[in-house]
Design a protein around this ligand. Sequence first.
Ligand SMILES: [Zn+2]
Length: 104
Amino acid sequence: MRPPVRGQLALALPAAVIANLRARCQLFGLSLDDLERILRKQDICCAVCRKRFTRRRQVQIDHDPATHTVRGLLCVACRAGLKLLGADPVVVRSAATYLEDHYP
Ligand SMILES: [Zn+2]
């Protein structure tokens, strides 16, 4: 039997999302308490866009593939965007500058 989920995690996310996260946590050696601590630190929001996680905006565990270290929790769009930009801070900053320079 699975241990009950408690705290903000249970309040913020539907059971199906928590079940998916439980499996993903095991891949990174995170406990649900670890996940809840990170969620609380991020105010239950994506670390990049700051939008709140919901059933539709699901939590993705972002990690450094070289070290397998968890960096934080992102939404699907932000995680995909970072991945497409090579997760390179220089490129990501350049993209932000480009957008700011061309913002109407
Ligand atoms: Zn996001």
